[in-house]
Design a protein around this ligand. Structure first.
Ligand SMILES: *Cc1c(COP(=O)(O)O)cnc(C)c1O
Ligand SMILES: [Zn+2]
Length: 415
């Protein structure tokens, strides 16, 4: 790993700074979330020299990571996922320059691997032995895989709504899966917080209010989009919002690519949620501050990755939308399933409902005339269709078995 440009952590609330050797996860002065800072004077030279290594992972951006010891890095080859042109799908929805950032191609089939590779590496650097997390599925699988990779113990607290296939994937890596009562992760998350406090376990959670390092993994998707577009930025980036870290991470990554820190010329970011679980979108629409943002009552969406009643990274995510002059969009379950089907049939990418949120929102914003027909639009396809297929599979028609004879085939499929 080339020389680290990591300086330390700065509090988002009060501005207190902590050197890179200090073991803090939240601000000891005011309790707010911390943001990793780098030597921005040297970052420009680093970014000009970035090359994808033969293996190709987020660690090609190692100097812009908060991990300073190469031996600590825990990687499964996450990142450098394809940025696919989706011309046929794009023409169909009136956005010919549509691009899909195919995050389903990460090691555990979701974008969470970026964040967890960084967080678990930091746990190794800090010689932590036990990890704990709370999740409805993709985070659970990622923490479990990277804990196994590092040889660490992990307790994975899951909500009752966690799809069976995600539970199986999580348990396969040999960590301890603890189902916690409750449809959302609220109870599990509170318990995880207590275990961090009482037992000194390491929080492998993807929101800055619990762990400042995961955002550093999420931001690498923005770096990749820039390089994959030949050193340019798209007009729009569409991101599903659960806790809001993926959205905030994209904004951090884009900002860091501009040495002057200017937002001018950077993409507009759109945060997408389910219509029945849209606290973030509502806060954007009503121009609420993050302090005014209230948990959504009776939250319900088929997008299990977006089912957070309260977006834990509200502060950074709202900032991302406002500074980028972006917006928020709430989509229905039907729009999500329509998005899954369109993306699979017209672009060859099979997403879970949460992963189709960006596309569903792009369709809506194009219809409303917010997105122009000549705009370049990137959708973050956050998780694989194999992760949650129950609702979508009900829309598919698969033929009944026939005898393996030409006559039987011709009867079933007339020429
Ligand atoms: C976690 C998750 C999201 C939401 O990401 P946040 O960073 O929590 O906003 C979206 N899609 C999928 C597939 C996820 O697993
Ligand atoms: Zn502070």
């Amino acid at each position: 790993m080339r020389r680290s440009l990591y300086v330390g952590l700065r509090c988002v609330g009060c501005g207190s700074e902590f050197g890179r050797g200090e073991r803090v996860l939240t601000c000891t002065a005011c309790g707010s979330e911390l943001d990793a800072i780098y030597d921005h004077g040297r970052a420009g030279a680093f970014f000009r020299g970035v090359r994808r290594s033969p293996v190709g992972s987020i660690w090609d951006f190692g100097p812009m990571m908060p991990v300073t010891r190469e031996e600590a890095v825990v990687s499964l080859g996450e990142g450098w996922t394809p940025l696919l042109k989706a011309e046929r799908l794009g023409r169909r929805i009136g956005i010919p320059k549509l691009l899909l950032k195919d995050e389903t191609r990460n090691p555990t089939l979701s974008f969470k691997d970026r964040a967890i590779s960084v967080a678990v590496s930091k746990a190794v650097e800090w010689k932590k032995e036990v990890l704990v997390t709370a999740s409805t599925g993709n985070l659970a699988a990622a923490v479990s895989a990277y804990a196994a990779r590092a040889g660490l113990k992990a307790f994975i607290l899951t909500a009752a709504s966690t799809p069976l296939v995600k539970r199986i994937q999580t348990a396969a890596y040999g960590t301890t899966v603890v189902p916690v009562r409750g449809a959302t992760t609220d109870n599990a998350r509170a318990l995880a917080g207590e275990l961090v406090k009482e037992r000194g376990w390491y929080p492998a959670m993807t929101h800055s209010t619990a762990n400042p390092f995961t955002l550093e993994g999420a931001k690498t998707a923005a770096y990749e989009i820039f390089y994959q577009m030949g050193g340019r930025f798209p007009d729009w980036v569409m991101v599903g919002v659960g806790g809001g870290e993926n959205l905030a991470g994209h904004w951090k990554g884009f900002r860091e690519l501009r040495p002057d820190g200017e937002a001018e010329g950077l993409p507009r970011l759109v945060g997408v949620q389910g219509r029945e679980c849209a606290p973030f979108v509502e806060a954007v629409a009503k121009n609420l501050s993050y302090e005014e943002l209230k948990p959504w009552k009776g939250a319900h969406t088929i997008a299990s990755g977006l089912a957070d009643a309260y977006p834990a990274d509200a502060r950074l995510a709202l900032r991302a939308v406002r500074e980028s002059r972006g917006t928020g969009v709430a989509v229905s379950d039907a729009e999500l399933l329509e998005g899954v089907g369109l993306m699979a049939r017209e672009a060859g990418v099979f997403a879970e409902p949460s992963g189709a949120a960006g596309l569903a929102a792009a369709i809506r914003l194009r219809e409303d005339g917010v997105i122009d027909g000549s705009d370049q639009v990137v959708c973050s396809v956050t998780g694989s269709g194999l992760k949650q297929y129950e609702e979508f599979s009900a829309t598919l028609r698969i033929g009944r078995p026939i005898r393996g004879e030409l006559r039987a085939f011709e009867r079933a499929y007339p020429a």
